[in-house]
Design a protein around this ligand. Structure first.
Ligand SMILES: [Zn+2]
Length: 511
């Protein structure tokens, strides 16, 4: 039988470099917990030298998430390695991941180092990292555009210095599957002691070949794949975890290798990442897109009704898509509500559960039928890391074809109520202006989107807003059967995060 393929998830590090991406520490922990439940082998939790916030995130994950190896990224120098050690020190299984670029263009223009200097720095960084941890990964950035002789020399040096995993990134997404497989094969043949380490791949998706390249590398002998949930990451993103895992799973007759991933957690994790980052999944995305299992065209639908296997190579259950029948209603209790969430991998604190349950009850008053998707969307608004400084108490909006829209908003903060009125270019703008007056902030709106969670005119609408405050980008989500209410809740969620962040900053500076 086949061998074990190690899944190295870098959603929290490479994924975090996506444009418009932002997560607070609590949200990062939430993601790491989901990755642990998904049973990935290694979680790259961040790049500790890059900021205090990143270091704190890695430390928190290292302390709390015990079921996976926790990796911290470091460039090939002592300060970076020291910061990474600081980050992963308390992990059950710590890994230091150090890297340096080996391609002529990177060495000359970015690093301004000679090949000899790059070689020395790699060996020295690996040797230094091994003083602190047993598990050290070395990456040759831009490996696919590096000189093969030099690459062999650097990997040989890193392995002799104690690297336990060596990674061959296609940093710019330039490789083709055949070339990339040949590269992995030559490296494994030519580098002495190559059988003593795990060979790893890290592919970017600039030409849409990240998954194909990774799988070609596996067939050539690579045993670790670096990837992200929903394929998020810099530029066109990274190889997507769900596509890799499902290709290996569905076509195990062809690949003959296994991962430890619990495929039934894939859908849930994909939704969580999308909810937290505000980056939607395209409808036709393989495996996790909304249409991946939909059979709307008449001829396909007919085939599927007769026998699912006519058009389905995987079942929705395999990746954990909830069957969207009506499960709960007006008479469902808190216990049933909590059970439904837990069966779908959502665990909330008691206070958050209570808040979500109250929202669910309010929803049942407006809507007879509540689906699993709607309940999940509602609960995702109450995830850890969502502060509730201000809550929406009530609103009133008047619009007409002749007068500018006018909004009156009442918010609650603790026991106090605040009401303000404002006009705007449209009803949503008027509401946001009224909220700004109450909270005393005026962040700029970077993005606003609204979508129906399920079909039907009484469907729950889900609003997502991104607002900018200084350098920070904050994402808020809100759900309601009323799109204006969903819009107000989403904006308020983002504003609450700004307030939380500012208080946090004040405590760090003064407290
Ligand atoms: Zn990358």
């Amino acid at each position: 039988m086949g061998e074990r393929i190690w899944i190295f998830d870098t959603t929290l590090r490479d994924g975090e470099q996506s444009p418009g991406f932002t997560m607070n520490t609590e949200e990062k922990l939430e993601v790491a917990r989901a990755l642990e439940a998904l049973r990935v082998d290694i979680i790259e939790a961040g790049f500790p030298i890059s900021s205090k916030g990143d270091l704190a995130g890695v430390q928190l994950i290292a302390r709390e998430v015990r079921g996976a190896t926790i990796a911290g990224l470091a460039r090939a120098n002592r300060q970076d390695v020291d910061a990474a050690v600081e980050g992963v020190r308390e992990a059950a299984h710590p890994r230091i991941h150090t890297f340096i670029a080996t391609s002529p263009i990177h060495m000359e223009h970015k690093l301004r180092m000679t090949p000899d200097q790059v070689y020395e720095a790699s060996v020295e960084a690996v040797r230094y990292a091994r003083r602190f941890v047993e598990d050290v990964e070395f990456s040759a950035e831009d490996a696919s555009r590096s000189d093969l002789e030099f690459l062999c020399r650097v990997f040989e040096g890193a392995i002799n210095a104690g690297a336990t995993t060596v990674n061959v990134p296609d940093t710019v997404g330039y490789a083709t599957p055949e070339e990339y497989a040949a590269l992995i094969r030559s490296l494994m043949e030519r580098v002495p002691n190559s059988d003593k380490v795990i060979w790893s791949v890290h592919c970017h998706n600039d030409l849409g070949m990240a998954v194909a390249n990774s799988l070609a590398a596996v067939q050539a002998g690579a045993r670790q794949i670096e990837c992200t949930i929903n394929g998020i990451g810099e530029r066109a993103g990274n190889a997507s975890l769900e596509e890799l895992v499902m290709a290996l799973h569905t076509r195990r007759n062809h690949y003959r290798h296994e991962t430890a991933v619990d495929t039934t957690k894939i859908y849930r994790t994909s939704r969580l990442i999308s909810a937290i980052t505000g980056i939607p999944v395209q409808p036709n995305k393989a495996v996790v897109g909304d249409n991946a299992f939909a059979h709307e065209a008449g001829i396909h639908q007919h085939g599927v009704l007769a026998n699912r296997e006519t058009y389905e190579i995987m079942t929705p259950e395999t990746i954990g898509i909830p069957s969207n029948k009506l499960v709960l209603g007006k008479h469902s209790g808190r216990h049933a509500f909590k059970n439904l969430l837990e069966n779908n991998g959502v665990r909330l604190s008691d206070a958050d559960l209570q808040r979500a349950f109250e929202e669910f009850k309010a929803l049942c008053d407006k809507k007879k039928q509540v689906t699993t998707d709607e309940i999940l969307a509602l609960a995702e608004g109450e995830l850890r890391g969502t502060p509730h400084t201000y809550e929406l108490r009530s609103f009133h909006i008047s619009t007409s074809s002749t007068l500018p829209p006018m909004a009156s908003i009442t918010l609650r903060r603790g026991r106090e109520l605040f009401t303000q009125e404002a006009t705007g270019d449209g009803p949503v703008d008027a509401m946001y202006n009224a909220i700004n007056k109450i909270v005393g902030l005026s962040p700029s709106l970077a993005d606003y989107a609204i979508k129906a969670v399920t079909g039907g005119t009484d469907a729950v609408g889900e609003a997502t807003v991104k607002v900018r405050d200084g350098d920070g980008l904050f994402i808020g989500r809100g759900t309601s059967t009323d799109v204006l209410e969903a819009s107000a809740k989403a904006y308020l969620a983002a504003v609450n995060k700004i307030i939380h962040e500012r208080q946090h900053w004040m405590t760090n500076v003064y407290g």
